[in-house]
Design a protein around this ligand. Sequence first.
Ligand code: SF4
Length: 92
Amino acid sequence: MVCSSVKVGQNCLFMSKKGCGFNGGTCHIIVEACEGCQKAVQYPVGKYCISFPDPAAKWHTGNCSMATHLEATTKKETAKVNPLKASKRQGR
Ligand code: SF4
């Protein structure tokens, strides 16, 4: 159903005729770590995530899995380096 409280006009699974059914009855504002993410959208009442109603929970156990602003750094960090080949390269 279309949200009529915070993310006005956006389709939401938590919205019903009785109002927002999410924990606390409303979405929660983004956290500092969300700044720069393309999914953080400014609404008249504040900045909210278009994917998750509680952004703080997404960052609770590490990086948010849907964050768009972490993609470049995450790929670099996960590039595997074979220590044996790396030491051979240094020797050249
Ligand atoms: S997708 Fe993750 S990082 Fe981006 S705004 Fe939502 S909770 Fe924050």
